[in-house]
Design a protein around this ligand. Structure first.
Ligand SMILES: [Zn+2]
Length: 75
């Protein structure tokens, strides 16, 4: 049994408009059923909007910790 998180299990989300300034609305990568992003930042689910792609600035700390790299399939 593998403990490695697969890229397919990641969710893209960022803070909802109005919750924080635009500079804090980076797109984070979250494992399924988690409010803690790969970078370690934790958010209340009510403050997050789920995205179907990178719309805006990605969180570079999340990207650095994302498994896979090239061919990353994020849903
Ligand atoms: Zn992040």
């Amino acid at each position: 049994m593998s403990t490695v998180t697969t890229a397919a299990a990641l969710i893209l989300a960022r803070l909802r408009p109005g919750v924080a300034g635009e500079t804090r609305r980076e797109v984070h990568l979250f494992p399924q059923d988690s409010c803690t992003a790969l970078c370690g930042a934790t958010f209340p689910t009510s403050d997050l909007e789920r995205l179907d792609g990178f719309h805006g600035m990605p969180c570079v700390r999340c990207l650095a910790r994302a498994p896979g790299g090239r061919g990353l399939a994020i849903r």
